[in-house]
Design a protein around this ligand. Structure first.
Ligand code: SAM
Length: 214
């Protein structure tokens, strides 16, 4: 597992019980034991400052939530947010999603959230998109058979690309919205970026992907 620089952030985060700063891979396959709680496991990749995953954890105490973020400097804000009132069913991990299979065993995750991740519009950067086929293969291995991917973005190009790569990957879709905030969707929890974009009146795209079994 690659650890990012910023030693001050590591030291800072190590003080918080919600952060798995010491070798998160040690909990691979044993996350429920680690939480000391049974229940479905939901993971957000590219969690940023953690607004979404923290609110989800507060609203759904019977579900276990883990946020995975690449940059400790960003995660620190998430850590500050849960300081003093940390939901017992939430953990934040500083890790690269490329290493998701070091963190979770096959079929360990019930749902993945991918929210407003970077679109990487240049073709030569396509492999960095968190919905690229290489990532989908990894997700496929760590998701349960009826596991789902819930995806939101403001970026039409990334949405169309993701629809294509997910369907190529054998995934089917439900609850697709091409304008989430102008539809009658209920129980939407906003992310940091979503609040910013929706506040400007921008269109938000959303889908839920699941394995298509014939
Ligand atoms: C545009 S922000 C969105 C943050 C949050 N999901 C939201 O909607 O407010 C994308 C986040 O994904 C993180 N990210 C991008 N690639 C990643 C990777 N390979 N592994 C982990 N995090 C990643 C970035 O560091 C950044 O914090």
């Amino acid at each position: 597992m690659r650890l990012r620089k910023k030693p001050w952030a590591h030291e800072y985060m190590a003080k918080f019980p919600n952060v798995v700063s010491e070798n998160p891979s040690a909990n691979q396959g044993r996350w429920r034991e680690y939480f000391q709680q049974e229940g479905p496991l939901h993971v957000e990749v590219g969690t940023g400052k953690g607004r979404f995953i923290t609110e989800m954890a507060r609203q759904h105490p019977d579900i276990l939530f883990i946020g995975v973020e690449k940059y400790s400097s960003v995660l620190v804000t998430g850590v500050q947010r849960v300081e003093g009132n940390p939901p017992a069913n939430l953990r934040l991990i500083e890790a690269d999603v490329n290493d998701i299979e070091d963190l979770f065993t096959p079929r360990e995750i019930d749902r993945l959230y991918i929210n407003f991740t970077d679109p990487w519009p240049k073709k030569r950067h396509a492999k960095r998109r968190l919905t690229h086929g290489d990532f989908l293969q990894k997700y496929d291995r760590v998701l349960t058979d009826d596991g789902e991917i819930h995806f939101k973005t403001d970026n039409q190009g990334l949405f169309e690309y993701s629809l294509g790569s997910m369907s190529q990957h054998g995934l089917a879709f439900k609850n697709v919205s091409l304008d989430l905030h102008r539809s009658d969707v209920k129980h939407n929890v906003m992310t940091e970026y979503e609040e910013k974009f929706a506040g400007k009146g921008m269109r938000i795209y959303r889908l839920e992907a699941y394995r298509h079994t014939l």
